[in-house]
Design a protein around this ligand. Structure first.
Ligand SMILES: C[S@@+](CC[C@H](N)C(=O)[O-])C[C@H]1O[C@@H](n2cnc3c(N)ncnc32)[C@H](O)[C@@H]1O
Length: 250
């Protein structure tokens, strides 16, 4: 008995589902409400990757996995290391996805001794480079560049200070590192969808709509035509970063 190969059909149906989900404002609004409700329990802080706390919601952990699988970068740069979970996550993906020499370069203004200890003792440690400093300082950006080999493909994730001006400065400082076809992700764009009176109070800063990453993304896209909003954003419900996934197209 021959079983019909329906892979193309499945992909087509999935593309249609994603596009219709992206247009469903009711689902998105319900997702924002669920994020607010679950945030009362600090939902984005409850997950780990390979034993290290990763401050991401599961939707982003899966979406980031998808873009790393698709793009297979040699280097992933992330601003915002915190407790190391996302560093370890990206390092494990690079190894699993056939990039044993791939590196994750993490920048954080404050790499606490216990967090450094977690990362440096982890089985993924040899794939991780840690740089301590203010992410947009010229010498820190230069240090990041010094770890990127000539000709390497590079993806960048921005997950540090989530104020509009800082994210805009990071987008400008790091966009040149992103190679064609790769992603530039600004995290926590969800803040741009939350009414100011409902913004969770435990974020590093209380950021009102307009002073948050989504506002920076819109300003950046208006001034830089090498990047576009990727369709992956259409399926980002229960995500910290809807509309934050940008792809370099030229
Ligand atoms: C949201 S946490 C990062 C979470 C991490 N990416 C994860 O997924 O587990 C934000 C981090 O950004 C760092 N940070 C804040 N402002 C910064 C700046 N100006 N430069 C570099 N790092 C900064 C903080 O110290 C904090 O560790």
């Amino acid at each position: 008995m021959t079983v019909k190969d329906d892979r193309a059909e499945f992909e087509q149906a999935r593309t249609e589902s994603i596009a219709s989900l992206g247009k469903d404002k009711g689902v998105f609004d319900a997702s924002v409400q669920l994020i607010l409700d679950s945030d009362r329990h600090r939902y984005s802080y409850v997950w780990s990757w390979m034993g290290a706390p990763i401050i991401q919601r599961p939707a982003d952990i899966v979406a980031l996995q998808e873009i790393v699988w698709e793009c297979k970068p040699d280097i992933i740069v992330e601003t915002g290391v915190a407790r190391g979970g996302s560093m370890i996550f990206f390092a494990s993906l690079l190894r699993m996805f056939g990039k044993p020499d791939g590196k994750v370069i993490g920048v954080d203004i404050d790499i606490r001794a216990h967090n450094r200890d977690t990362i440096e003792k982890h089985p993924m440690a040899s794939s991780i480079v840690l740089i301590e400093g203010y992410s947009t300082a010229a010498d820190i950006v230069a240090q990041v560049k010094s770890h990127i080999p000539e000709g390497a493909s590079v993806m960048v994730i921005l997950d540090s200070d989530h104020s509009r001006q800082h994210v805009l400065n990071e987008l400008r400082a790091y966009c040149g590192l992103v190679t064609k076809g790769q992603f530039l992700v600004a995290a926590d764009t969800i803040l741009g969808f939350i009414p100011p009176d409902k913004a969770p109070t435990y974020y590093s800063k209380l950021l009102a709509a307009g002073d948050e990453p989504l506002a920076a993304v819109h300003e950046f896209l208006a001034e830089n035509d090498s990047f576009v909003r990727d369709p992956i954003n259409d399926k980002l419900i229960m995500s910290s970063s809807p509309d934050g996934y940008l792809r370099r197209t030229k």
